[in-house]
Design a protein. Structure first.
Ligand code: PBG
Length: 338
């Protein structure tokens, strides 16, 4: 029978010239050889906006996140900026009565999104405002495209998206971010922006956006879940990787200034492949469900929430994300500052 060896059984150092542990010996050495670093400058903070004043409405499936009225959003944005976070992605939460089949409210010059853009740009001109181009927050069908007889129409949707993007640019958006996954929308939106003189407004394309269960909490936050069916005829099949490269290359060809992979953590392989395939910056969206999983486990004491959050962000960056869309932008920036 073997027993666990005692100290007396140790025969002396083994002949082992190569020892990777040398580079991990102290915190300073680990810092010296660290390959990936995070910076708040590379975060985009997604925020939910509602009508009204003094509103900070908690989102139950996203602990710590709120729907802000525009005045409160400014407070939050100022805090983010003071910590080095220079970009916001705006998501308006509309009441059901403001929604219709054609997402008409999306081009209202005095609509919630447009007002939020104007307020942020006038109070915090240095803050980069990224806007979501998709019908779902405005659509009575809860889909990203126009619905007819249960079908999501592609080409009919393009004009609606282009008008929405132009309206957001008119309000002062720096970057428009089509998240709808209709074919040809990047080129169509680029043409529309240029025609209206918005040649400097950038496009961040949600290029490889998967039909994912990880968007659940977001749909609660915006009350934007599809009323019928699912999004599988336009968002990508989670089983596919090569198709992501096709989508990304198409978007770059059509004029995307940046491309995105979404969700983030379950798709690190896609982020890496995309990073190797394109010469534009790559963004990863650490989506609501990823955020919620870590929060929920931390609340139960099942893992160290802060450490898990940090690791998630490092992993996205290491995989190849130049930009990270994250609901943890403020918390991450605080850690990075300390
Ligand atoms: C829809 C949109 C979604 C998200 C961003 N834009 C949800 C969806 O496609 O149904 C999800 C973001 C998140 O889960 O954090 N245009």
């Amino acid at each position: 029978m073997t027993t666990t060896p005692s100290d007396d059984d140790f025969l002396g150092p083994v002949d082992l010239p190569i020892r990777p542990r040398r580079n991990r010996r102290t915190a300073a050495i680990r810092g010296l050889v660290r390959e990936t670093r995070l910076s708040p400058e590379s975060f985009i903070m997604p925020v939910f906006v509602v009508d009204g004043e003094n509103q900070r409405i908690p989102i139950s499936a996203m602990p710590g996140c709120h729907r802000f009225s525009v005045d409160e959003l400014l407070v939050e944005a100022r805090l983010a900026q003071s910590l080095g976070v220079n970009a916001l992605a705006l998501f308006p939460a509309l009441s059901e009565s403001q929604k219709d089949k054609r997402a008409s409210e999306s081009t209202n010059p005095d609509g919630l999104c447009q007002r939020a853009i104007r307020e942020i740009k006038s109070s915090l001109p240095g803050m980069i405002v990224v806007t979501d181009v998709a019908m779902d927050p405005y659509s009575s069908d809860g889909h990203d495209g126009l619905v007819e007889d249960g079908q999501i129409l592609n080409d009919e949707t393009l004009e609606i998206l282009a008008c929405m993007a132009v309206s957001q640019a008119e309000a002062g958006a720096d970057i428009v971010a089509p998240s709808d996954m209709m074919d040809g929308r990047i080129g169509y939106i680029r043409d529309a922006l240029d025609l209206e003189g918005f040649t400097d407004v950038g496009i961040l394309a949600y290029s490889a956006k998967y039909a994912s269960a990880f968007y659940g909490p977001f749909r609660e936050a915006l009350d934007s879940a599809p009323k019928a069916g699912d999004k599988k005829t336009y968002q990508m099949d989670p089983a596919n990787a090569t198709e992501a490269i096709r989508e990304v290359l198409l978007d770059v060809e059509e004029g995307a200034d940046m491309v995105m992979v979404k969700p983030g953590l379950p798709y690190l392989d896609i982020i890496r492949r995309v990073k190797d395939a394109v010469e534009v910056p790559v963004a990863a969206y650490h989506v609501s469900g990823e955020f919620a999983m870590i929060k929920a486990a931390a609340e139960r004491g099942w893992l160290d929430g802060e450490a898990a959050m940090f690791e998630a962000h490092i992993a996205l960056k290491r995989a190849g994300a130049d930009i990270i869309l994250t609901y943890n932008a403020i918390d991450m920036a605080k850690i990075l500052q300390s």
